[in-house]
Design a protein around this ligand. Sequence first.
Ligand code: SF4
Ligand code: SF4
Ligand code: SF4
Length: 262
Amino acid sequence: MSKPKVGVFSFASCEGCQLQLLNIEDELLDLLGRIEIVNFREAMDEKRDDYAIALVEGSIVTEIDVEEVRKIRGNAAFLVTIGACAVTTGLNGMRNSVAAREAWKRVYPDRDFDPDVAPEVRRVSEVVKVDFEIPGCPIDRGELLYVLTTLLQGQVPRLPATPVCDECRRAGNPCLLDRGIYCFGSITRSGCRAICPAFGESCCGCRGLLHGAPIEELIEILDKKGYSREEVIVRMNQFNSRDDQVKPLTGELGRLRKEVAA
Ligand code: SF4
Ligand code: SF4
Ligand code: SF4
């Protein structure tokens, strides 16, 4: 029986999520025995378009990306996005806080604007149908392995739909909020074993927000810790500016800034 063919593709990203695939050192050989990788720029020269599964990393930032991801979608029976850049736009989405031309001018003051730059940075799912999303910056390699092996068994993978706080509490980490430090663990999807709070770092929401996340309740708690509403919204925009729950808050920023300036 022929092995399922897999292609790995990258758009605007640091390519760290692709590297996680290469980092599954112990299991990679076993995995490679069960799939055939036919397109993976990071790891091989061969480039074929007869893949059934496409793993797509990165945000869609140019009109060329739009054409390319549509072509990939057309070739693949199953398309999986890997990592925050692809799933939520990740850090790339911060570009959307200003017009594309303005962002270009700030980064490349001496170069003419590239007309292929799209007006907005988009998630892959805003451009083509996505069958499964693996969140995180970077993705968790154990989760990647679980998703791939489950798909290869013909089953649908399931990722946790609980907050990071659940994993954090179970791990017995001291809560950063108790120390007056912001943390978005209560509104963020778990699955990372609360790795940031485990090392004393705040969760900044890289795995994306839970549906129906208690955002206003968290803003109220953080207000009591001395974080302004504006600051909290700006931090939420770091990874989740395209989330429908954050967009209305982002719209408030102009008003809040005027209030602060007045
Ligand atoms: S999600 Fe993070 S690690 Fe993955 S490609 Fe984007 S920036 Fe890199
Ligand atoms: S440190 Fe963060 S993730 Fe952990 S319990 Fe507190 S708020 Fe939740
Ligand atoms: S703790 Fe939060 S920021 Fe850190 S990996 Fe998990 S979801 Fe991402």
